[in-house]
Design a protein around this ligand. Structure first.
Ligand SMILES: [Zn+2]
Length: 229
């Protein structure tokens, strides 16, 4: 390889090692963020379902109280009938009214029981979901924690290596190299069947021959990547 191309290739390898480590750290961190979001949303849904259960329970209590009131009321009216005290006809009407209302309240009470069963089972599954999400978060945190320090150490070494190889790049290449990197382009390209492996642009045979004979350093006119021999 042409000495300049060797310098480009060394720097590119050093830069890519840094990219890889940063990418690994970022993907571990973003897994933690995603798991944290999933836990937050599972917590919100547990809270919502707890609220739904509480609402049904409150309605059950109110219905039960009302039911007891009407049962008492009916008993009192029945007592008036049984003892012959007071207005018999009015007491009869009251017993009938109370019995009708008690019927409705009992039906309502059964409906609420069903609703409570439903709401509680939704709550149980949302709590199970939350536990699963929390376990995933712990796992993601564990993975990040296990790799955090090693990645930092490897990055420090990679930066040191980059600082060592960077000055070997002749200054005339710097602008183009940095431009390729900034635009996240492939810096080194192969020639397959006379075409660039990155952008498929045709590489003039003369250029390729010069690269292969280490006479010159050329770039692809399509993507700007340096042509490898
Ligand atoms: Zn190209």
């Amino acid at each position: 390889m042409h000495a300049d191309l060797v310098a480009i290739s060394n720097l590119y390898a050093a830069d890519r090692a840094i990219d890889t480590l940063r990418g690994e750290h970022e993907s571990l961190s973003s897994a933690v963020r995603a798991a944290r979001d999933a836990v937050a949303s599972a917590e919100a849904s547990v809270k919502l379902n707890e609220g739904a259960v509480a609402t049904v329970v409150a309605a059950q209590r109110a219905t039960d109280r009302e039911l007891e009131d009407y049962i008492d009321k009916k008993k009192r009216a029945q007592k008036l009938i049984d003892t012959g005290a007071g207005d018999y006809a009015a007491a009869e009407r009251q017993v009938a009214q109370c019995a009708a209302i008690i019927d409705q309240l009992e039906t309502r009470s059964l409906e609420l029981m069903d609703q409570r069963d439903g709401a509680e089972s939704v709550l149980v599954s949302s709590r199970r979901e939350l536990a699963g999400r929390q376990a995933e978060l712990e796992a993601a945190r564990g993975k990040l924690a296990a790799r955090d320090a090693p990645i930092r150490a490897e990055l420090a070494a990679a930066f040191e290596h980059q600082r060592a190889v960077s000055p070997q790049l002749p200054a005339s290449y710097r602008l183009h190299y940095d431009d390729l990197r900034r635009r996240k382009r492939i810096v080194l390209i192969n020639v397959d069947d006379g075409c660039c492996s990155a952008c498929a642009m045709r590489i003039p045979p003369q250029k390729f021959v010069e690269v292969q004979k280490f006479r010159a350093v050329h770039t692809c006119v399509g993507c700007g990547g340096y042509i490898l021999p």
